[in-house]
Design a protein around this ligand. Structure first.
Ligand SMILES: [Zn+2]
Length: 90
């Protein structure tokens, strides 16, 4: 294989991994703020949990938050182990 092509592929790979890690960090920081009730977009204390889907016992849950001031909406997958018996708590 062409060493230049190989180097190029390596750079692309490292670049995409870096972007992905950065994206995950950003998302984690966003979720940390949202859990305290703050909107990452307008910074108001106006975030509400609008939807919660559990992927079964021990599976990842999909939480959807939305802001009732600026209309920000985002979904987060969490790996918290929700209790299996109480899925009507949202
Ligand atoms: Zn907002």
């Amino acid at each position: 294989m062409d060493p230049y092509l190989l180097a190029f592929l390596l750079i692309v790979l490292i670049g995409s991994v870096t972007v992905y890690i950065y994206y995950l960090r950003e998302k984690k920081a966003e979720l940390a703020g949202i859990r305290q009730g703050f909107c990452p977009k307008c910074h108001q204390n106006s975030i509400e949990l609008t939807d919660k889907r559990n992927g079964g016992c021990g599976g990842p849950a999909l939480l959807t938050f939305s802001c009732n001031v600026c209309g920000y909406t985002n979904s987060f997958a969490t790996h918290e182990s929700g209790s299996c018996g109480s899925d009507n708590s949202a």
